[in-house]
Design a protein around this ligand. Structure first.
Ligand code: ATP
Length: 236
C-alpha cells in the first residue's frame, strides 16, 4: 500500500476544469515531484490533498484512509502538512510565534522537541526568533514557512514552489534542506516546482502535469534525460 494514493482526481473552479483525472502514488520515504507550466494544476492538486478544496470526483487515500471530505486541520493531525505557495507567513508575528502556530495540533512538550529539530535545519531562524516575520528576507520567509509546516510533525510534507522568487544561492540552500529533511528526518516529500531541473535532480520519481493531466512520469533521472521534458521544461 502506498503512503498516498491519488486516483482519477478531478477538480474544478466553477466551469474551469483545473485537474482532469490524475492518478499518482507516493511511497513512504520518497521525494516525489510534480512539475509543469503555470496553470497546469499543480497547486490545485496540493490544495485538494490538504483539504482546502473539495474535489469534483476521485479518491485520495493517505495510509489507507480516504482524505476526501476531511477538514484541513484533521488532515494535519494525520501527519500531512502543506507549505503553501508564496510562503504566507504571519507577517506581524515574530518567527517564534509563527512556529508556535504551526505546532497548534501538538502538545507543548512535543513542540519544544520539534522546535529543536526545526532550528537544526534552519539555524538562521534561531538567530531571528524575535524578529517580525514580515521583515525577513524572501529566503528566510521560505525557511519560516517550511519550519512552520514542520512544527506539525508531518510524515508527508507538501511543498508548493519553495524556490519561487529566490536568488540562485538560496535556491540551492532550500533544495539542500529539502534533501536533508528527507534523508535525516525521514520525512516523505511531495514537491511542486517550476524549477524542474533542481526538482528532478533531488526527486526519486516525478510526474509531469500538463493542463490538468499527467503527461509523463518516471524517475527523476529518467525525466532529466527525456527529450520532450528537456525541450519543454529544461531549456532544451
Ligand atoms: P502556478 O504555478 O501558476 O500556480 P499551477 O500548476 O499550480 O500553476 P493551478 O494554480 O493549480 O496551477 O491552476 C490550475 C488552473 O486553475 C489554472 O487555469 C488557473 O487559472 C485555475 N485556477 C486556480 N485557482 C483558481 C481559482 N481560485 N478560481 C478559478 N480558477 C482557478
Amino acid at each position: 500500500m502506498s503512503m498516498l494514493s491519488v486516483r482519477d482526481l478531478h477538480v474544478s473552479y466553477g466551469a474551469i476544469k483545473a485537474v482532469k483525472g490524475i492518478s499518482f502514488d507516493i511511497e513512504q520515504g520518497e521525494i516525489v515531484t510534480l512539475i509543469g507550466a503555470n496553470g497546469a494544476g499543480k497547486s490545485t492538486t496540493l490544495n485538494t490533498i490538504a483539504g482546502l478544496i473539495k474535489p469534483a470526483s476521485g479518491q485520495i487515500e493517505y495510509k489507507g484512509e480516504s482524505l476526501v471530505g476531511i477538514k484541513p486541520h484533521k488532515i494535519v493531525e494525520r501527519g500531512l502538512a502543506l507549505c503553501p505557495e508564496g510562503r504566507r507567513v504571519f507577517t506581524h508575528m515574530t518567527v517564534a510565534e509563527n512556529l508556535e502556530m504551526g505546532g497548534y495540533t501538538r502538545t507543548d512538550d512535543e513542540n519544544a522537541k520539534t522546535l529543536e529539530i526545526v532550528y537544526e535545519h534552519f539555524p538562521r531562524l534561531k538567530e531571528r526568533v524575535n524578529q517580525q516575520a514580515g521583515t525577513l528576507s524572501g529566503g528566510e520567509q521560505q525557511m519560516l514557512a517550511m519550519g512552520r509546516a514542520l512544527m506539525s510533525k508531518p510524515e508527508l510534507l507538501m511543498l508548493d514552489e519553495p524556490s519561487m522568487g529566490l536568488a540562485p544561492i538560496l535556491v540551492d540552500e532550500i533544495f539542500e534542506i529539502i534533501e536533508a529533511l528527507n534523508k535525516k528526518n525521514g520525512t516523505t516529500i511531495l514537491l511542486v516546482e517550476q524549477n524542474a531541473n533542481m526538482a528532478l535532480s533531488i526527486a526519486n520519481r516525478a510526474y509531469v502535469l500538463e493542463t490538468g493531466t499527467i503527461a509523463k512520469s518516471g524517475t527523476g533521472e529518467e525525466l532529466l534525460k527525456d527529450d520532450d521534458v528537456r525541450k519543454a521544461y529544461l531549456g532544451g
